[in-house]
Write a protein of this length. Structure first.
Length: 267
């Protein structure tokens, strides 16, 4: 008599995908804005983003066919939870600017935010070329493939991205989460520790490492990782994120364990 372990796979998958979305798709969409010096996403409050929506909308209405205006407005919409509207703005931008690589990349990520993964992958493929690959796009393509369940393909994209940006912690973090989606927690932890050791690692990388350690039942160690080397406010936010993700995992695990036991009894 064999009991399927698919419920556990789905549980880990839902947790990993939440982390993956937070890191790869949301994070790299703001890169363009930061490079232009127009925004400082990490320091902007919710109120700041609402103001940015108003300002960016005015700029977009003044130049509705301008790629930069569309990207700025879409980013502000996404930051205020208006993902569908952001995708619509970028769709129009892509119609007017079909060869604008940066806009196509933003549109591909917006499609992924809305769960349109096949369309997202196709659009991201247009956002760079084999002779001029963009590691950010490769990283986003890997994340989309992971969400489509194509983990081996996703890892090939991450590894290609690492060749272009070997020190980029966000790529390593996505690679680690890819192994989490395949339920290889030890490999996921190994890679996430490498990502966390990078000097340029983002706070989300630390959160993901703590999450993987916590999923293995080492809760005190996970809490220490989540809070390490951070100011009190950020440490508290990391701890809250960790507890939320682990509580969701436990809450979903209980009914699935009961269903597995019932299936075993019937068999």
């Amino acid at each position: 008599m064999k009991i399927s372990n698919r419920p556990t796979s789905r549980l880990l998958g839902s947790v990993a995908i939440a982390a993956l979305l937070g890191l790869s798709l949301a994070g790299c969409k703001s890169t363009y804005m930061k490079e232009r010096g127009e925004l400082k996403p990490q320091s902007m409050s919710e109120t700041d983003w609402r103001r940015e929506v108003t300002a960016a909308e005015a700029g977009y209405k003044a130049k509705p066919k301008d790629a930069d205006a569309a990207i700025r407005f879409a980013e502000a919409l996404r930051r205020t939870g208006q993902n569908a509207q952001a995708a619509a703005v970028l769709q129009q931008g892509a119609i007017h600017n079909p060869n604008h690589k940066r806009l196509l990349g933003a549109y591909g990520r917006a499609l992924a935010d809305n769960g349109n993964f096949e369309e997202a992958f196709a659009m991201l493929s247009k956002a760079h070329t084999p002779d001029q690959p963009d590691w950010r796009i490769l990283n986003a393509q890997g994340a989309v493939l992971d969400q489509m369940g194509r983990h081996d393909d996703a890892r090939r994209y991450y590894n290609t991205a690492l060749k272009a940006a070997p020190d980029e912690s966000s790529i390593l973090s996505n690679l680690g989460l890819s192994h989490l989606l395949s339920r290889d927690l030890k490999k996921a932890e190994e890679i996430l520790r490498q990502a966390n050791a990078r000097g340029n690692s983002e706070r989300r990388v630390k959160q993901n490492l703590a999450l993987v350690v916590g999923l293995q039942g080492r809760y005190e160690e996970a809490e220490r990782i989540a809070r390490a080397d951070l100011p009190p406010e950020e440490a508290a936010e990391n701890s809250a994120y960790l507890r939320q993700m682990l509580e969701e995992h436990r809450a979903n695990a209980a009914p699935n364990r009961r269903r597995a036991a019932q299936t075993a009894a019937i068999d």
